[in-house]
Ligand binder design. Structure first.
Ligand SMILES: Cc1cc2nc3c(=O)[nH]c(=O)nc-3n(C[C@H](O)[C@H](O)[C@H](O)COP(=O)(O)OP(=O)(O)OC[C@H]3O[C@@H](n4cnc5c(N)ncnc54)[C@H](O)[C@@H]3O)c2cc1C
Length: 513
């Protein structure tokens, strides 16, 4: 398919191609931000790349972020300037390449103590200065009166003023889908609901993988020059497919969010609480007509596919938000809750310590990413942030090329960079060709939109549509439940959700408050 054609998803054709390709250059395990970034970069170089995702694209951590494209104000406070600078550069890249899915976002850091204003102002001016010409807006001090005028629901008691600074916000799952579509347009095979069950080893070296189509049930072997493990919080699980004794390299930390109505925070500016009682930052961010409050940082021993916010996390977020809002939200006000798992990479020594049960709190583990090759030749990538997915991906490609596992490119396309690759297409024409524009299923979701999700965005399950094409499950879990039967019947009319796929009809109940 030429890069200019619109990609229409035909799962049968994708599966046939999966089975017929004798040798791929790259096989990527995991369809989150990291794996999809790698697939786009590889496909742009003309390499033969296949990406397999056991659930839906972004169903892991990559749909459960705070939705900020940021350099990390917190990392600035830790003096990690290169990390901040790289993320600010990448923030500008996403804003340029996916303007429909990202935008600058103002935040205010309130000051309730006399020493906070100079500290916040200085720090955030430095943050802005690090962005240089990529700054998205100036940092300014707002007096108490200006604060109350633009943030009418902030806790007024003891308020001295606040610092306004700018970062950016995005739609994480939809950006992941844009990456899947961009990779496909460039010739990659990206397949969701296809689980990698094991790795093929020859003489101790990984030469491919075995996978199962979770929809049709068939399994198949895929051979590749290089296999990249981009399984996020499940990277260790995939490593153990090559070496059952592998020392864990990840510590996983759960972060939860809750969603409330805009009446709690009607301002267009977000709120950043710089220090919660456990020493983290807390955000209140307006997003798609609701407000996201979060997050937490809880070390986890288990790595469930559908993590569930714990009661104490929800209580903590509500209590911390309540200290800064004139009207504190309660449990009864929650529209949705969700948890994500941060794949935090330990340096090898710390990994051995953690394996012997001596791990410390996850809030102190570096958020930087790591790329390494296992003795079996399996290339692993983990950690980092959504904001830096593109830079990580290009490092993974450089790593594989440096190890002479893959050529730099094919058909003379080795020099192409994802830095200037537009990721989002104008789908208006494609959309308008589909029926059902006037049939509304839920707020912001029409029959036409569901049909589009199936035909052009890889949606195979009801949750694929309601959680990651539309974001309704994240915004209002009960409204999503109510919409599920109507979505299912449109999907059936589109030829998906065949009998026997009952699992594909349900929505995860972890989002229900
Ligand atoms: C609470 C929270 C808030 C965050 N907020 C932000 C933020 O605001 N901004 C920011 O920049 N970053 C943020 N992050 C970080 C960001 O979300 C992650 O760094 C990023 O999503 C990691 O992507 P990934 O592709 O490595 O992992 P994932 O998105 O988890 O992708 C891994 C994928 O691998 C798949 N997989 C696993 N095993 C297999 C298998 N056997 N076969 C096939 N597929 C498999 C999984 O299903 C999964 O989809 C946040 C993270 C959390 C948890």
């Amino acid at each position: 398919m030429s890069a200019n054609e619109h990609f229409r998803v035909d799962r049968g054709t994708l599966l046939a191609r999966l089975r017929s390709e004798p040798l791929w250059d790259l096989a990527v395990i995991g369809g989150g931000a990291t794996g999809l970034g790698v697939a786009v970069d590889a496909a742009l170089r003309g390499l033969r790349v296949v990406l397999l995702e056991s659930g839906d694209f972004a169903q892991g951590s990559s749909s459960r972020a705070t939705k900020l494209l940021h350099g990390g104000v917190r990392y600035l406070a830790q003096g990690r300037l290169s990390l901040v600078r790289e993320a600010l550069r990448e923030r500008a890249t996403v804003l340029r390449n996916a303007p429909q899915l990202s935008r600058p976002q103002a935040f205010v850091v309130p000051a309730y103590r006399w020493w906070q204003p100079p500290l916040h102002l200085l720090g955030l001016k430095a943050y802005d200065a690090l962005a240089g010409r990529r700054s998205v807006g100036p940092t300014r001090w707002l007096g108490r009166r200006a604060m109350l005028a633009s943030l009418p629901t902030i806790q007024p008691q003891g308020l001295k003023g606040g610092t306004r600074y700018w970062d950016a916000q995005f739609d994480d799952a939809r950006l992941a889908l844009a990456l899947a579509r961009a990779a496909s347009r460039q010739g990659a095979l990206t397949l969701n609901h296809c689980r990698v069950d094991s790795l093929i080893l020859e003489g101790g070296r990984v030469t491919g993988l075995r996978c199962t189509d979770l929809e049709g049930g068939g399994s198949c072997e895929v051979l590749a020059r290089c296999v990249v493990n981009a399984a996020g919080p499940w990277v260790d699980e995939v490593r153990r497919m090559a070496d059952a004794e592998a020392t864990p390299r990840l510590r996983v930390s759960q972060g939860s969010h809750v969603v409330v109505d805009r009446s709690f925070w009607p301002s267009d500016e977000g709120l950043l609480v710089p220090r919660t009682r456990d020493g983290r930052v807390l955000f209140a961010v307006p997003w798609q007509g609701k407000v996201i409050l979060g997050t937490t940082d809880l070390p986890q021993d288990e790595v469930p596919r559908e993590p569930r916010p714990r009661e104490e996390e929800i209580d903590f977020i509500l209590a911390e938000a309540g200290r800064h809002l004139a009207r504190p939200p309660t449990r009864a006000d929650l529209r949705s809750v969700w948890s994500g798992l941060r794949p935090l990479v330990l340096p090898p020594r710390a990994a051995r310590k953690a394996a012997s049960g001596q791990g410390g709190p996850t809030a102190r583990i570096s958020r930087e990413h790591a790329i390494w090759t296992e003795p079996s030749g399996l290339v692993c990538v983990a950690g980092g942030k959504w904001s830096t997915y593109r830079a990580m991906a290009s490092e993974v490609l450089a790593h594989c090329i440096h190890e002479q596992r893959i050529p730099p490119g094919r058909e003379g396309r080795g020099e192409r960079s994802t830095e200037d690759l537009p990721l989002v297409r104008d789908d208006a024409l494609l959309m308008s060709a589909l029926p059902g524009a006037d049939i509304t299923i839920a707020e912001g979701l029409t029959e036409q939109r569901v049909r589009f999700a199936v035909r052009h965005e890889f949606a195979r399950t009801v949750e694929d549509v309601l959680a990651r094409r539309s974001r309704l499950l994240f915004l209002d879990a009960r409204a999503a439940r109510a919409a599920a039967p109507a979505v299912a019947s449109i999907m059936r009319a589109e030829g998906v959700l065949q009998p026997g796929l009952e699992d594909f009809l349900g929505l995860s109940d972890t989002y229900l408050p």
